[in-house]
Design a protein around this ligand. Structure first.
Ligand code: NDP
Ligand code: GDR
Length: 320
């Protein structure tokens, strides 16, 4: 039985990746950091089938002992301080977890078993103030937040351990991917949840920041398949994963509100509190390498994604 360790098991992607690996017959070990109350909402339905263990990206020893104890074949590093605005308020913590945390796992792999295959969750935020449109594996980085800067470090240390120590270390440069399990502060979920609350009379308006920023949005359930595929190749590499389409926050609002028969212009209030010190205006992937090498294609379209998220929040609030 193949064993995989997933850091960030309690997050959006951790839950979808665990489901995928269980379907493929893996033994799944999920790493969660200790907290005073458990936050297993996204993995509640999996707790009989996976093993959840304590570990923290800020603690080298915990990572070493997990690898020694569970002897994984594959490690997926999904843990991070992943919310861009928080990275300006907690830049040093973001660097410690999102950047140095990657080195700590790679060091654990190097000492315990350099044959372990490693996946690093890199991000389109590394392209930031984009130097090329669309963005591919060869586009230079220009990160615009402490989060983006930390991810650039995580990406390059992954490449460096591949080249220095011959570790099978893959970097997936994933564009935004969303789902009904997305955290409530990210814009897509904030909109789908806001729409459902307004429709059900629980809120009167939705306050957002920059409506003009454009993202290449896909469905998280599709993207975890690409992570797995990267570790099944003959050689480790970097891959851009996205849909190749871009849409604005405004368009997301239009579709989400109209799905429940509302006009977003009557409810969305632009609030400068949600503007960022430096914005990433436009992201759009060139996913040709992953289409060709991994044979990966997203299944869920942008319209389907928006409707799926609104429907899920409508149902959740109705059943409350
Ligand atoms: P989430 O924010 O939903 O999940 C992040 C996970 O990291 C949570 O399980 C969190 O635990 C855990 N974590 C945070 N700090 C630590 C720490 N010090 N030690 C151990 N675990 C920690 O992110 P997503 O699932 O959306 O994203 C997964 C990864 O992919 C992240 O690295 C993200 O930066 C990256 N990424 C995401 C994209 C997206 O569009 N979703 C696009 C590109 C990259 P807790 O629940 O305790 O907070
Ligand atoms: P992002 O996602 O920063 O792209 O990072 P987010 O959903 O937070 O923002 C997307 C865009 O929407 C604009 N925006 C708002 N954003 C939030 N959160 N709240 C608002 O009210 C709002 N109004 C407008 C933002 O300015 C931005 O332009 C996500 C994270 O998952 C990262 O971890 C990941 O690496 C990248 O996607 C790819």
């Amino acid at each position: 039985m193949t064993t995989a360790i997933i850091t960030g098991i309690t997050g959006q992607d951790g839950s979808y990746l665990a489901e995928l690996l269980l379907q493929k017959g893996y033994r799944v070990i999920g790493v969660a950091r200790r907290s005073s109350t458990v936050n297993y909402e996204r993995i509640d339905h999996l707790l009989d089938d996976i093993t959840v263990v304590q570990g923290d990206l800020q603690d080298q020893g915990s990572l070493l002992s997990l690898l020694e104890e569970y002897k994984p074949d594959e490690v997926y590093n999904l843990a991070a301080q992943s919310f861009v605005p928080t990275s300006w308020n907690q830049p040093a913590l973001t660097g410690d977890v999102t950047a140095l945390g990657v080195t700590r796992i790679l060091e654990a792999i190097r000492f315990v078993n350099p044959k372990i295959r490693f996946y690093q969750a890199s991000s389109s935020e590394m392209f930031g103030k984009v130097l090329e449109v669309p963005q591919s594996e060869d586009t230079p980085f220009y990160p615009r937040s402490p989060y983006g800067v930390a991810k650039v470090y995580g990406h390059w240390i992954t490449v460096n351990y591949r080249e220095s120590f011959d570790i099978f270390a893959a970097s997936g440069i994933l564009f935004n991917h969303e789902s009904p399990r997305r955290g409530l502060e990210f814009v897509t979920r904030k909109i789908s949840n806001g729409v459902a609350k307004i429709k059900q009379g629980m809120a009167k308006e939705l306050r957002l920041g920059n409506l003009e920023s454009q993202r290449d949005w896909g469905f998280a359930g599709d993207y975890v398949e690409a992570m797995w595929l990267m570790l099944q190749q003959d050689k480790p590499d970097n891959y851009v994963i996205g849909t190749g389409e871009t849409h604005s926050v405004r368009e997301f609002c239009e579709i989400a509100f109209s799905h429940v028969g509302l006009d977003y212009k009557e409810y969305v209030v632009v609030d400068e509190r949600f503007y960022r010190p430096a914005e990433v205006d436009l992201l759009i992937s060139d996913p040709s390498k992953s289409r060709q090498h991994l044979k990966w294609e997203p299944a869920v379209s942008f319209n389907e994604l928006v409707r799926m998220m609104v429907d899920a929040d409508m149902n959740r609030l109705k059943n409350k």
